[in-house]
Write a protein that binds this ligand. Structure first.
Ligand SMILES: [Zn+2]
Length: 487
């Protein structure tokens, strides 16, 4: 009898926590904007700026902070903590300097913990059960230039064995001191990853990293898998089909893999792509929800009801997206016609000032791309593809170029203008035509790896111009070229 009562009680509390969690994450999703630190709205921030934002929270809202190290170039690496619970959690972001999405989310989470509102019960529970430690921007020197590696060109996620660099040492020392049961290794991935064999971008990918080449599952890894299932289920309410499982090949030099070896159930979160979300502000919100979901699940231990099988059923990361996919173009060669698809990617580049980005678009693939998808797609059936023309303009200055009739130029097949030896401040231009300053360079080739500048015709008339990978419809009187290039 007693046994039966106990079972009924267990079932009630378990399913109760499931229901509660769903309601909480839905409410948080709705209320997120009130925790978001609005001053940060661009992913290319530097150490000074973002640490000011963190220090403001420390000052105004009494969050604990401790400097745990200095980067090679002397920038501070800081640990921010909330809670007094027995379960220790360690989350670190921007180990790769150009992967900043989670750093923004951590700021919002700390802000959440100091608010006073309808979530007070949740806060109380989390702060009593957990001590949550954050290291935002582990690689401030890389962040300064918005590049992956540290100041000595080291990928810190390959320094977990040698532990030579101060950034890696800071992370390892904190891990050893607090011995966290759970870790969160926060990164960004290529926006063209998809969730399995689908057209849906992998907005988030999760991984329970392996700790050996055999990919064995020990209790530390198993706990990670179960927690991920919880996060996956919760997040699927908001972005169904947009979550994937990251490749679990063992990397002996990586931190995530070693954390598991050292006894920390460490979850990798990769922030991926979302259509027209260049600053990743929506993915930042998803990070916020993912981490809060995980914290709640750890505090209530409700992840233990999940299974390894459910983890393995999460679709794997695939890479089936182009930024622009032009389907069913016709190309002529020696009097014969062939049908091709063209996949184009807009590659984000840092300009001389790393806070300013621009896009260089390349032809990534040509051929039968019927098994791929595009963030933007066009069916070009009945249309033909042609090389673009570079026009030589003698002695024209920037002002004259600005005054050109671009639509007229596109109609003539022109995708670039050449002014030799002219000096330009930037590698890109907001003028919707490429500018070439070198004698020998021409644009307009239809080749893999070339910049995507060509012409699409309907019969003898130009229908579309592709300028630096951006499609311009000649009949529509607005030109939406984000930037063209100066070479
Ligand atoms: Zn990374």
């Amino acid at each position: 009898m007693l046994k039966k009562k106990l079972i009924v009680f267990l079932i009630l509390t378990l399913s109760g926590s499931m229901v509660a969690q769903k309601i909480i994450s839905k409410k948080m999703y709705e209320k997120y904007e009130s925790y978001k630190i609005a001053q940060v709205d661009n992913k290319r921030f530097d150490h000074n700026f973002i640490m000011d934002q963190f220090q403001k929270l420390v000052k105004e809202k009494s969050i604990k902070v401790e400097q745990i190290g200095k980067s090679l170039q002397g920038r501070s690496i800081n640990l921010f903590s909330v809670g007094n619970g027995d379960i220790n959690i360690l989350a670190w972001s921007q180990m790769h300097g150009d992967e900043s999405t989670a750093t923004m989310a951590i700021l919002d989470i700390l802000n959440f913990f100091t608010a006073d509102d309808e979530f007070n019960d949740v806060r109380k529970l989390l702060l009593e059960k957990l001590t949550i430690n954050f290291i935002p921007m582990l690689n401030p020197d890389g962040a300064e230039k918005f590049t992956r590696r540290n100041a000595l060109q080291i990928d810190l996620n390959r320094d977990a064995l040698r532990l030579q660099f101060p950034e890696s040492q800071a992370l390892k020392n904190v891990r050893d001191r607090i011995n966290p049961q759970f870790g969160f290794n926060l990164h960004d991935q290529d926006q063209r990853y998809t969730a399995g064999n689908s057209y849906k971008s992998a907005a988030l990918s999760f991984l329970a990293p392996a700790y050996n080449f055999e990919k064995d599952i020990n209790p530390v890894r198993e706990r990670t898998m179960k927690l991920i299932v919880k996060m996956y289920k919760e997040l699927s309410e908001f972005i169904p089909g947009h979550i994937a499982r990251y490749n679990d090949d063992f990397e002996p030099r990586a931190f995530g893999d070693n954390m598991v070896k050292w006894g920390t159930s460490s979850v990798l979160i990769e922030s991926g792509g979302w259509k027209n979300n260049f600053e990743k502000q929506f993915i930042r919100k998803l990070n916020f929800i993912s981490l809060m979901t995980a914290f709640y699940s750890i505090a209530t231990e409700n992840y233990s009801e999940e299974t390894i099988q459910a983890y393995q059923a999460i679709p794997e990361n695939d890479k089936l997206l182009f930024d622009l996919l032009l389907r069913n173009l016709t190309i002529e060669h020696n009097g014969k016609n062939y049908s091709i698809d063209v996949g184009i990617n807009h590659k984000e580049k840092s300009s001389r000032n790393p806070r300013i980005d621009y896009y260089k678009s390349e032809i990534a693939d040509i051929g039968d791309l019927s098994t791929f998808y595009g963030y933007s797609e066009y069916d070009c059936s009945g249309l033909t593809i042609h090389e673009g023309i570079t026009e030589i303009l003698d002695k024209a200055g920037i002002e004259e170029i600005k005054k050109l009739d671009f639509i007229e130029k596109y109609k003539q097949g022109i995708v670039a203008v050449k002014i030799i030896n002219a000096k330009f401040e930037n590698e890109f231009t907001e003028i919707p035509i490429n500018i070439i300053t070198r004698q020998k360079l021409n644009k307009g080739k239809i080749e893999i790896g070339e910049t995507a500048d060509f012409i699409i015709k309907s019969g003898n008339n130009v229908k579309y111009a592709v300028i630096n990978g951006y499609l311009v419809d000649i009949e529509v009187n607005s030109i939406s070229v984000r930037n063209a290039l100066v070479d």
